[in-house]
Design a protein around this ligand. Structure first.
Ligand code: PA5
Ligand code: NI
Length: 184
């Protein structure tokens, strides 16, 4: 009964197996999310900022199913702002998600619909429950790759537009070699 899981294995570097789908996000895909637009425009537009390997055992929007992914964010900055994911609310706002750290170190930014924001340190072995109605973004504050796993409902969906329009209310930048949280 049920479909047996095809052979899929993961570590901090990879999620591999036949059904794995790979997504790459380059500077050219992320120009709108960084504070310093001038800096991002002068960078190599083909430079990869992060990669996501995904396993979708059911069709998108299936109620009651789950998706699984591994994200790896390169070390780097745009101006003084660390490389980070686009960030999103779930389209179905009440859907939650788990993240867990695999390698490297960074900050998970969490923001509610009133734009109240907080952070959690994400590193090897850390577990993060992201409740529904909370936008989430991961920032690589280290000088090595930051890798984390994720598991989310197959009918969560991604609402990127709200974040593209208004951003997060906090950003993580490097000042004098140290990370600082700045408010928008
Ligand atoms: O489902 C998630 O929240 C993650 O798998 C993210 O999609 C992944 O980390 C990439 O981030 P984003 O979707 O914000 O580009
Ligand atoms: Ni999500």
């Amino acid at each position: 009964y049920g479909n047996p899981t095809p052979e899929i294995v993961f570590d901090a570097k990879n999620l591999s197996g036949k059904p794995i789908e790979k997504i790459e996000r380059k500077i050219m895909d992320l120009n709108m999310i960084f504070k310093d637009k001038g800096a991002s425009e002068t960078m190599d537009q083909n430079q990869i900022v992060y990669e996501v390997d995904c396993y979708f055992p059911v069709e998108n929007d299936t109620e009651g199913g789950l998706f699984f992914g591994i994200t790896r964010i390169k070390p780097g900055k745009v101006g003084d702002e660390y490389f980070m994911t686009k960030g999103h609310f779930h389209s179905n706002r009440d859907r939650g998600e788990f993240y867990w750290g695999l390698e490297g170190e960074g900050q998970l930014l969490l923001m509610d619909e009133k734009r109240r924001a907080r952070t959690e340190v994400i590193k090897k072995g850390s577990v993060h429950y992201i409740p529904g109605y909370i936008a989430h973004r991961v920032v690589n504050t280290g000088d090595t790759e930051l890798s984390f796993g994720a598991c989310w409902p197959s009918d969560a969906g991604h609402d990127y537009a709200s974040i593209e329009e208004k951003g997060f209310s906090i950003r993580i930048v490097q000042k004098n070699g140290e990370q600082h949280i700045i408010k928008e």
